[in-house]
Write a protein that binds this ligand. Structure first.
Ligand SMILES: C[S@@+](CC[C@H](N)C(=O)[O-])C[C@H]1O[C@@H](n2cnc3c(N)ncnc32)[C@H](O)[C@@H]1O
Length: 256
């Protein structure tokens, strides 16, 4: 019986324990695993019998192009293999998962998607930041900071005009522009968290407000990969309370 199959598996935001049980079972069945830079390599231990192929980018090394990845998937699957495409977070949140599925389907390769915990939702939760909170916000936006043309996404301004909690991925190179847009529409006191390498041992984060977040990011050398969370709900973060103590008196009415 033909096994040729592509399984897109979300690896979760970083901590290898945040993958799903279904994702682990897929790794155990895999003949080939193609994995990205944001995937924790401990997860590869579950894929005992698989050939493991790194297709990500680290420290400026050459990375496989999307076309090369698509071709690798098809090349292996057409040999009657189960190919697991292991991607950071959730494959369908800024993960180009759909492109890989569609490419494989042209070759009559069966496909399956196993969702993952996205950095956009999982990392705020790990920081005790509820993305929605009754009475605080009516929606959550997950946006990219940077478009495929390396420009600031126009959606940032639309999001800033709403009451939403906004989670920006791939936004660190656009931080100044993002902050100035939010300053215009939400004011200087809006709480902001920036979290690098969330859920991993080398995680670094700062919380503050529109007024001081850029300074904090620079002082603490926070860099990509990071998420930027903007909204009143960031007040619930335990780090925010610490920050608040450092800025005693700046947040009137909030108990510390
Ligand atoms: C190409 S997107 C992939 C997102 C992924 N599919 C997800 O659902 O998390 C990469 C961006 O996700 C964010 N990201 C992913 N993992 C992260 C982590 N552990 N800590 C902070 N940000 C992370 C960063 O903004 C990074 O630039």
């Amino acid at each position: 019986m033909s096994q040729k199959k592509l399984i897109l598996v979300g690896a979760g935001p970083g901590d290898p324990e945040l993958i799903s049980l279904k994702g682990i079972k897929a790794l155990q069945r895999a003949d080939v695993v193609l994995y990205d830079a944001l995937v924790h390599t401990d997860l590869l231990d579950y894929a005992e019998k698989a050939e493991k192929i790194y297709v990500g980018k680290r420290n400026g090394e050459h990375n496989a192009s999307q076309e090369e990845i698509n071709k690798l998937i098809v090349h292996h699957a057409l040999q009657n293999k189960i190919v697991v495409r292991l991607k950071g977070g959730d494959p369908f949140i800024f993960g180009r998962g759909q492109e890989e599925l569609e490419y494989a389907q042209q070759f009559d390769i069966a496909t399956e998607v196993i969702p993952g915990i996205s950095s956009a939702t999982g990392i705020p939760a790990l920081h005790n930041i509820p993305l929605t909170k009754r009475g605080s916000n009516e929606s959550v936006w997950i946006t990219t900071g940077t478009t495929s043309a390396c420009k600031l996404s126009g959606d940032i301004e639309i999001a800033a005009k709403s009451s939403a909690t906004v989670v920006v991925l791939m936004g660190m190179s656009q931080l100044s522009k993002i902050i100035s847009i939010f300053k215009k529409f939400r004011g200087e006191e809006l709480p902001v968290a920036v979290i690098q390498n969330g859920s991993l041992q080398n995680e670094r984060s700062v919380t503050g407000t529109i007024a001081d977040i850029e300074k904090l990011v620079a002082e603490h050398h926070i860099k990509s990969p990071a998420i930027i969370v903007l909204g009143e709900v960031v007040e619930n973060s335990s780090n925010y309370m610490m920050q608040e103590k450092a800025h005693a008196g700046k947040f009137p009415g909030k108990k510390i």
